[in-house]
Ligand binder design. Sequence first.
Ligand SMILES: *Cc1c(COP(=O)(O)O)cnc(C)c1O
Length: 420
Amino acid sequence: MVPDERAAPAPRARLQHADIVHFPVRDGELVVGGVPLRRLAARVGQTPFYAYDRGVLRARVEALRAVLPQAVRLHYAMKANPMPALVAYMVGLVDGIDVASAGELKVALDGGADPREVSFAGPGKRDTELWQAVASGVLVNLESAREIAPLAEAAQALGVQARVAIRVNPDFELKGSGMKMGGGAKPFGVDAAQVPGLLREVAGAGLAFEGFHLFAGSQNLSAGAICEAQRQSFDLAVHLASHAPAPVRLLNLGGGFGIPYFPGEQRLALAPIADNLSALCDRASRELPGAQLALELGRYLVGEAGIYVCRVMDRKTSHGQTFLVTDGGLHHHLAASGNFGQVVRRNYPVAIGTRAAEPQTQVASVVGPLCTPLDVLADRMLLPPAGIGDLVVVFQSGAYGASASPHAFLGHPAPIEVLV
Ligand SMILES: *Cc1c(COP(=O)(O)O)cnc(C)c1O
């Protein structure tokens, strides 16, 4: 990574696609992890592929640590990107890994994660998964009273403690989130009102209570909304702690930190969040002595470090509109096609990586090879004139890309993922 090439874009309140992107261009070509794109494609051996840049991952974690209070633990929620090599790399950068299935647990442990620093959330955990969690020694975020009996059985049978935190479904939500995971009727966590009763059951079953987990929402770009949810989460945890069988050792305040995808969005302001967390750390030393605060971040850590690359296979004109038909599409990158929870389809930042320095003089749509009108990566975007063989790059693709897409749909080859 050459630092000055990845210098922060000029501050602009409302971002444009060009401001969102932060991979350097050399000799007209995009460079990923120091490797020019065409060469990287040759190294991978096929298109389409995802590439994740270690330097960008590391820089993101370091930038967060530079502003957040040191006492706040930084967890990676690996649902955002479970590629084993990337998870193993993140293990070396963060303080803990949050998993949401036994499959993810395996990848985290294979990647060298310390089981004491792994937590396992998710509704509907199977008994086998709960046994695996106890055997591994990880913290289970309880989502239901149903999980207590199998955990206690596993602990008894294996002669080890079952470590638990309670995932609380709070009565408030994270305002303005892309996806809401708390507030009102939800399959996630346990309603705050039911938590005191659940804590009695946890104590009765002899489980080792360690704390609370609150996750109110995702993809939020408002520091004010995040700070408010953090304060509300803290207040709720203090209230519930009075019912707990043991002191709170870990308070996981969730995350929800968003990244910009679309023109007009703003980068999340970290300074107010850092101030807010400092104040909460002070309060924790008095109101929850011995408790550590944690954030669990997914896309904020990895989303901007990844690109999706596909090749132009055809260039067509229909009723005056230009179509660049590529070998990649929604089967690899559902989110960029606008079909992963978006209400209105908007274009992700897309570029012609092999013509990165050429002026954008043509309007074209980038589509995939699937026989469905949903298979659109860019709808009528201003791009440099591109032809067969050029490489199309979709930025902001490090999270909810490969693993969140229906690879089998229409039987095309799966994408390859590389860490560069
Ligand atoms: C999905 C999820 C995350 C990660 O969300 P991001 O938007 O990627 O930061 C964190 N915690 C829990 C409990 C989740 O379900």
